[in-house]
Design a protein around this ligand. Sequence first.
Ligand SMILES: [Zn+2]
Length: 390
Amino acid sequence: MDISDLSDWLIVIAPLVLLVLWVGYKFRKSTASGPPGFSADYFKGLNYLLNDEQGKALDIFVRLVENNWEIVDTHFALGKIFRKNGEIDKAIKIHQGLIARPSLPEQYRSTVLLELAYDYLGAGWFDRAEGLFKEVLVYDKKSLEARHNLILIYQQEKDWHKAIDIASDLYHDEPQKMGPMVSQYYCELAEIAKAKGDVAQVEHNAHQAFRFDPDSVRASILLAQEAINRKDYNAAISHYQKIEHQDAEFLPVVLSSLVDCYDRLNTSDDLLKYLDELELRNGNLLLMNLHASVLGRYKGESASVDYLSKVLKRQPSLQVMQELAAYKSRIQDDRDIDFLHDLQTALQAMRKDSTEYGCQRCGFGSNTLYWQCPSCHSWATIKPVVVNSL
Ligand SMILES: [Zn+2]
């Protein structure tokens, strides 16, 4: 055994040995007048542990608890250490050993079941973990730990109906936390219905989503898309416009679809008026690109140049400068074109490669809008990112 092997061994074994010594201490204290002979077993177990024969050591320690359930906390701690070290099989052995003891006192049953369920989760056996979390609820109907873990399992398995059942039950106690989650589950059901072309179910689930979270941007988008499918552009516009009041940071996600709806209705004056007002309320750089392009389309590109020049004075940024150079290079007809083209290329290079969307909770970046962050699993925390403002 070289030095690094020795230090690895110490890191793994030291906490176990300390724990077992403590078990021994507690055991000795509480069974001072108990049956003789326990210490021989105890030292045998310790010896196995030190010789790295943990399987045999566990057999002994699980048996030792039989005479004194007060030391069961140390078994839980031992199980946690094994689980943390990735030795799930050993953690499972401890907890299964405890659950199999006919003398297991009722007051410890839920905890043993929960610990074993965490072992199964760690091993990736979701169905077994689910079974145990449900069993916990048989003994302790209100167990928050079991219910929250079941929700995580159902989310993982995309079993939205089961997730809704449990989460809507928790909603009454924790509306702030659970409302947006239940709402997202209904949106997931709406997306499934949408893929099947089941319009009634899309609308039903979107409205359920609003019941649990009136500010569900995702439900507004689903309803707007349904309205577009049936060519009701006025309805689509009002669904999209609602998003400004639900969570304005999501507006850039829907603006081009919103502009399309105005285009379909041939109401460019209304659109330009809406964009002006929107910009007064939300000076977001992501709105400005689109505003410039709408102006260019309806009033000519010199209108875009005038608009961007004003924006640049008010809110200097590389992004606006680059847009402005692009418009100018298209409408200039003299030698400035080469200069503007070079300027635009240089500005493009100065803008670092950047992601379009970012998670506001964990910083995960992406070019796709995910409603649930793939990194931290939070809902609706991934939003459009404003890049490179100076
Ligand atoms: Zn995240």
